[in-house]
Design a protein. Structure first.
Length: 166
């Protein structure tokens, strides 16, 4: 497969994946662009693999978890998430709320949850993607889900509380 064919076919999927990982579409675009630039340089070897998309997706995860990018984005990550603008579609509102909740998780927990539930990989495959043991993946996902449940319960409680008028 030619590199241009790969990009044409897989860039939208990589962008969706990176957006869920980063929680910011503009940051996902930077992440995917950087990774595709590096993949282009090594495309003869990557394109010859059995599963080049899995390899490139792993590159996205590695770059997201990279300390160099983390240091560069530290100031950006500490800013409070922007308020989501409702477009009237319930599905989009739920998706935006979930992405905002995922953005609050630590990077490794977020990556584990996204790989497991968004991409649909098994614990073994997630462990291979993240370069850790399966037990670590399970504990990361468990902690992330517990945190998400707490955040969802808090947001539900805030919705149910009556608003005082003055």
């Amino acid at each position: 497969m030619e590199f241009t064919e790969y990009v044409r076919a897989q860039r939208p999927a990589l962008m969706r994946f990176a957006t869920v990982l980063t929680g910011q579409p503009w940051l996902a675009d930077d992440l995917v662009s950087d990774v595709l630039g590096r993949a282009f340089e090594r495309w003869p070897a990557i394109g010859a693999m059995d599963r080049p998309h899995a390899y490139v997706r792993r590159m996205v995860v590695n770059e997201h978890l990279s300390w160099r990018r983390r240091l560069r984005r530290t100031a950006i990550d500490r800013q409070p998430p922007e308020e989501a603008v409702a477009d009237g579609a319930h599905a989009y509102a739920e998706r935006d709320a979930m992405i905002a909740l995922l953005a609050r998780l630590p990077r490794r927990q977020r990556a584990a949850v996204v790989l497991r539930y968004y991409v649909g990989l098994s614990d073994t495959e997630v462990a291979a993607e993240l370069g850790c043991r399966e037990s670590t993946v399970r504990s990361q996902i468990s902690r992330a889900l517990r945190s998400l449940r707490i955040d969802i319960a808090r947001s539900d409680r805030h919705v149910a509380e009556p608003v005082e008028q003055s």
